[in-house]
Ligand binder design. Structure first.
Ligand code: LLP
Length: 387
C-alpha cells in the first residue's frame, strides 16, 4: 500500500505543494528489475531524464546500475552521485561541442550518435583531444510504439536517430574516421509502451540490422534497446511494479543476439514513476452550472503531463479517506491556462477547501519538468524516511 495511515498523518502536516517519494518502493523496484534482468544478463542504465533527485541517484549508484544521460548536466549529476563513468551512456539528438568534450574527458562508456553530421563532429573533437571515443549508432528503426504521438521517437517522421536507409552511408563515413570506434547500435522507439508486442517488433527490426552488419563483416558487441516500458497509471496500487519479467522475456525470445553481444536497457519511467506523488492542497471549490471545480495550489507548473500529453494520473483526497459521499470534479491548477488541469470528471469523496489531494504515479517526468511559470515557485520535496 502506497499511503499508510501513519504516512498520511505525517503528510497532512506538511506545507503544500510538494513531491513525495517512497524510498522503499524505489529500492524494491530497482531490486526487482535487477533480479528480472539476470537471465538475460542485461545492463540497465537508469534514465536520469525521468528523475534526477540525488537521493534516488544514490540508490541507483549503490545498486550498480548505470546511467542514461542526455546532457552534460545529467552526466555531471550521475558522476556526482557515484555512478561510474564506464556505465554511462550519452544519448541526445543535440549534443553541443562542450558536452561532447565533457563526455570524452570524463571517459563515459559510449556516445549514442544520432546523425552523420554528429558522427563527424565527435570524430573531429576526439581528434583535437587526441583521444578515441566509443560510439553506438542510434538507428531509427521505423517501428510504431503505439503510444502518445508526443512521446513516439522511432518513426521516420521523428527527429531521432539515423534513418535505417542511411545506415550504409553512415558506415562508409565511419570506416574513414580514426578517432571513433563503433562498439554498438542503439534504439529507442518511445515511452509509456504498454503493449509488449511493440518490443517484439523492435527485436525483429534489430535482427535485420544485425544481419545487415554481419554481411558487411561489421562486429558490434553492444545492443542498446533503449527504454520505454510503460506503467499502470490507472491502478497504481495494484501495479506498483511493472512486469519486468515479461519485458525482458520478449528480448530473450525474439532478439537474435550473438554470444559476444551485451544487451543494454535505458529504463526511466518504469523504475521511478510509481514511487512518487505530487501532494497539493485545494485552495477553492467553485461551481459553474452543474460543474464542480477544485482549484489546487499546484498545476501544470509542477506536473505538466496532463496538460502536455492529456495524460491520466490517478488522484486521491488523502484528507478524506473515510468520506463515503462522492462527487465528480474537474481538478485544476492555479495557472492562467485553459489546459491547466490534472483531470476532468474525477470521482472524489466530497472535497473542501484545505483538503490534500495526492496525484499518483508522478515520480517520472514530474518534478524534472516543473517550471516557475506564473512565478509560483518550485514544489518542495520529501522522502518517506525523512518525514
Ligand atoms: N532512452 C532514450 C534515448 C530516451 O529518449 C528516453 C526517454 C529513455 C531512454 C527513457 O524512456 P522511459 O523508459 O522513461 O520511457 N516526458 C514524457 C516522456 C519523455 C521520454 C523521453 N525519452 C512523459 O512524461 O511521458
Amino acid at each position: 500500500m502506497f499511503f499508510s495511515e501513519k504516512i498520511i498523518s505525517k503528510l497532512l502536516k506538511l506545507p503544500t505543494p510538494f513531491y513525495y517519494y517512497d524510498v522503499d518502493i524505489f529500492e524494491m523496484t530497482i531490486k526487482k528489475v535487477i533480479e528480472a534482468s539476470k537471465n538475460i544478463n542485461g545492463k540497465i542504465h537508469y534514465a536520469l531524464k525521468a528523475n534526477h533527485q540525488n537521493r534516488l541517484l544514490g540508490i541507483v549508484a549503490k545498486s550498480g546500475l548505470g546511467a542514461d544521460c542526455v546532457s552534460g548536466g545529467e552526466i555531471q549529476k550521475a558522476l556526482e552521485n557515484g555512478i561510474s563513468a564506464e556505465s554511462i551512456v550519452f544519448a541526445g539528438v543535440g549534443k553541443t561541442d562542450a558536452e561532447i568534450e565533457y563526455a570524452i574527458k570524463n571517459k563515459v562508456f559510449c556516445l549514442n550518435v544520432e546523425s552523420i553530421e554528429e558522427l563527424m563532429v565527435i570524430d573531429s573533437i576526439a581528434q583535437k583531444m587526441n583521444d578515441k571515443v566509443s560510439i553506438a549508432l542510434r538507428i531509427n528503426p521505423n517501428v510504431d510504439a503505439y503510444t502518445h504521438k508526443f512521446i513516439t521517437t522511432g518513426l521516420e517522421e521523428n527527429k531521432f536517430g539515423i534513418n535505417a536507409s542511411d545506415l550504409k552511408d553512415a558506415l562508409e563515413k565511419l570506416s574513414n574516421l580514426k578517432n571513433v570506434e563503433l562498439i554498438g547500435i542503439h534504439f529507442h522507439i518511445g515511452s509509456q509502451i504498454t503493449d509488449l508486442s511493440v518490443f517484439k517488433n523492435l527485436c525483429l527490426k534489430i535482427n535485420e540490422i544485425l544481419r545487415f552488419l554481419e554481411e558487411r563483416r561489421i562486429e558490434v558487441n553492444h545492443i542498446n534497446v533503449g527504454g520505454g516500458l510503460g506503467i499502470n497509471y490507472m491502478y497504481p496500487d495494484e501495479h506498483l511494479f511493472p512486469d519486468f519479467e515479461g519485458y525482458f522475456n520478449v528480448f530473450e525470445k525474439f532478439l537474435e543476439r550473438r554470444p559476444n553481444q551485451q544487451l543494454h536497457f535505458e529504463l526511466g519511467r518504469a523504475l521511478v514513476a510509481q514511487c512518487g506523488a505530487l501532494i497539493c492542497k485545494v485552495i477553492f471549490h467553485k461551481t459553474s452550472g452543474k460543474k464542480h471545480f477544485l482549484i489546487l495550489d499546484s498545476g501544470m507548473n509542477h506536473l505538466i503531463r496532463p496538460a502536455l500529453y492529456e495524460a491520466y494520473h490517478k488522484m486521491e483526497n488523502i484528507s478524506k479517506y473515510n468520506e463515503l459521499n462522492v462527487m465528480l470534479y474537474d481538478v485544476c491548477g492555479p495557472i492562467c491556462e485553459t489546459t491547466d488541469y490534472f483531470g476532468k470528471n474525477v470521482l472524489l469523496p466530497e472535497t473542501q477547501r484545505g483538503d490534500y489531494i495526492a496525484v499518483r504515479s508522478a515520480g517520472a517526468y514530474g518534478e524534472v519538468m516543473a517550471s516557475n511559470y506564473n512565478l509560483r515557485g518550485y514544489p518542495s520535496v520529501y522522502f518517506s524516511d525523512e518525514i
